[in-house]
Design a protein around this ligand. Structure first.
Ligand SMILES: C[S@@+](CC[C@H](N)C(=O)[O-])C[C@H]1O[C@@H](n2cnc3c(N)ncnc32)[C@H](O)[C@@H]1O
Length: 286
């Protein structure tokens, strides 16, 4: 079962007019059910303990993963270049051991050999010079420390799902709302643009990450694929339906139900995947 409150930070002040909204937000937790599913794997691999100095690079607006990590580690730092995050944090009750730094991951403002564990999810594909970031990670990681990275590959089955008979009604609805006829390819390109992803990365994410890690003295490099084709199609259908109903590709209110459906599908279909929608890679500093 999905845990309510995942990654949620209470506001400093609760007014009568926002308390229902905050209660709902607490209950729902971070509203990205696909990432929450992957982050269960991430927590298992990281195996955080109360002595750990932990760094998350590019946590995104809600800092959800870092918030959860702060419950299990000694000290958590996160760094992101997004200027909206300090404004969000100003109004929230932040755990004492959670530190946010506004900055660039190509120039980490930390001492050498400072962290036990470093996590970076879906940031490497957006960087123009990912090697610089990995060299910085290598520098600030202790010897024997762990790097864990999760990277997606932009829904390769979306075009297939788009052509399914069942999707026809929704696609008609999307195209009625939009001035331009929206195709799967339009969606995929827009997704790349939105996150400013280096589209070359998607040609072979595993090779891209493997080459990066092997450029430095990382050892015990492991790659695990997650989200099988069956689940990927399930997610694609949800994306198309949301695009038709809400005009955007967020997963909306029902994400807790979706999370459980995804877990169920994956338990039946994800045995030793050789490919998948996401790649989880880990390595240690030699
Ligand atoms: C696609 S989002 C991923 C967010 C989150 N980690 C997740 O998995 O959902 C990429 C994040 O990386 C941050 N980012 C991009 N370039 C960066 C840089 N050079 N230094 C620090 N953060 C960066 C962005 O601001 C954004 O929050």
């Amino acid at each position: 079962m999905i845990k309510p409150g995942f990654g949620y930070l209470f506001p400093k002040t609760i007014y009568i007019n926002n308390c229902i909204y905050e209660l709902k937000s607490w209950f729902k937790g971070w509203d990205n059910f696909v990432k929450r599913f992957l982050f269960e794997d991430a927590f298992k691999i990281l195996d955080l303990n109360k002595k750990d100095y932990f760094l998350e690079i590019g946590p995104g607006g809600s800092l959800a993963f870092s918030v959860e990590a702060s419950k299990k580690s000694k000290m958590v730092y996160c760094i992101d270049s997004c200027k909206n995050i300090p404004t969000y944090l100003k109004n929230r009750r932040k755990p004492e051991n959670l530190n946010f730094v506004l900055g660039n991951c190509n120039k980490l403002p930390f001492a050498n050999n400072f962290f036990d564990k470093i996590f970076i999810s879906d940031v490497i594909p957006v960087l123009k010079n990912p090697k610089k970031c990995i060299s910085e990670i290598f520098r600030v990681l202790k010897t024997g420390g762990l790097i864990l990275t999760i990277n997606g590959n932009n829904y390769p089955l979306l075009e297939e799902v788009w052509k399914e008979q069942e999707m026809e009604d929704f696609i008609i609805k999307i195209n009625k709302k939009s001035k331009n006829k929206i195709t799967a390819n339009f969606y995929l390109k827009k997704n790349i643009k939105l996150h400013q992803t280096q589209s070359n990365f998607y040609k072979n994410p595993k090779k891209a990450i493997d080459v990066l890690l092997k450029s430095f003295r990382f050892c015990e490099i492991k790659h695990v694929f997650r989200v099988s084709s069956v689940s990927e199609k399930f997610i694609c259908r949800l994306l198309i339906k949301n695009l038709a109903n809400n005009g955007d590709w967020g997963f909306g209110e029902n994400q807790m139900q979706y999370f459980n459906e995804l877990k169920n599908l994956e338990s039946k279909n994800s045995h030793e995947l050789n490919s998948g929608l996401f790649l989880i890679s880990s390595a240690k500093k030699r």
